[in-house]
Design a protein around this ligand. Structure first.
Ligand code: HEC
Length: 252
């Protein structure tokens, strides 16, 4: 009995010790939590609409089929055709872009990546923060830069909604060495967009939610299946426990 406790302590610390670095890994800039919920179908529907209207022009989602979307998002194929498909695709087509990769590379300096799996490689918090972190920077060809992906060649495609913000730094300039010691302090909206900051956060959250869902469409099923399995195990445990008690009651 005595050796058991340290074993449990070691097992627990290994478990949490392994989980911590994973949570801390990522970009140097601090990320905001996306707080998205892939089981929220209304949010996924809005996210799909946002994606088609604001992202699909440049970014394909080549592992996503429209008819699968219809099924998972609780839409009829007809609704999907009318609201999400504008360029004559058919329901079993995947979400591709019309732009040729060579042209894209020529225009932007880099081909916009396919976003099917981006939520899995970057994480929802990165995407959420990324879409909120474009700021004015006249030295960039696009006129904007991004704090979590410095030097990004993506233009601020959501500027009409968010407006334009500038990055505010705190710190002092060191004239003698012609250097500035500055630290990023936050953003300041310098030109209003059509959405309020709160509405823009919601817009971004829905979009990220959609990206999270397409990164692993099965996760909706996996989670509900997982709960059922756990429920089954709990009931089974009780059954087994009482059965064991019954069998052993005469053996002391
Ligand atoms: C006008 C074309 C264009 C549109 C529209 C556009 N993007 Fe991009 N995006 C780009 C380009 C170009 C890059 C490559 C940036 C780089 O790596 O320098 C990029 C990169 C990204 C990345 C970073 C990928 C990485 O390396 O981690 C994400 C995430 C992203 N886009 C999301 C979106 C989302 C979400 C939308 C819709 C709201 C969107 N983009 C709309 C052109 C576009």
């Amino acid at each position: 009995m005595l050796i058991k406790k340290p074993v449990i302590t070691i097992a627990l610390s290994l478990f949490f010790g392994a989980a911590l670095p994973a949570a801390a890994a990522g970009s140097g800039a601090s990320l905001q939590a996306a707080h998205n919920d892939v089981s929220n179908v209304a949010s996924l529907q809005r996210g799909a609409r946002n994606y088609v209207n604001y992202c699909l022009g440049c970014h394909s989602a080549k592992y996503v089929r429209y008819n699968r979307l219809a099924k998972d998002l609780g839409l009829s194929e007809d609704q999907v055709m009318r609201n999400l498909m504008f360029t004559g695709e058919r329901p079993h087509d995947t979400m591709s872009v019309a732009m040729r990769p060579d042209d894209a590379a020529h225009w932007f300096g880099r081909t916009p990546p396919d976003l099917s799996l981006i939520a899995r490689s970057r994480g929802a918090d990165f995407l959420y923060t990324f879409l909120k972190s474009f700021y004015l920077d006249p030295t960039r060809p696009t006129g904007v830069n991004n704090t979590v992906l410095p030097g990004a060649s993506m233009p601020h495609v959501l500027w009409e909604l968010q407006g334009y913000q500038k990055a505010v730094y705190k710190g002092e300039s060191d004239a003698e060495h012609n250097a500035v010691h500055k630290e990023f302090a936050g953003f300041e909206l310098v030109q209003k967009g059509s959405l309020t900051p709160q509405e823009y956060d919601l817009f971004v959250r829905d979009t990220v939610n959609f990206l999270d869902y397409i990164g692993e469409p099965m996760q909706l099923k996996r989670q509900s299946l997982g709960l059922k399995v756990l429920g089954f195990l709990a009931i089974f445990f009780l059954l087994a426990y009482f059965l064991k008690k019954e069998y052993w009651k005469d053996v002391k």
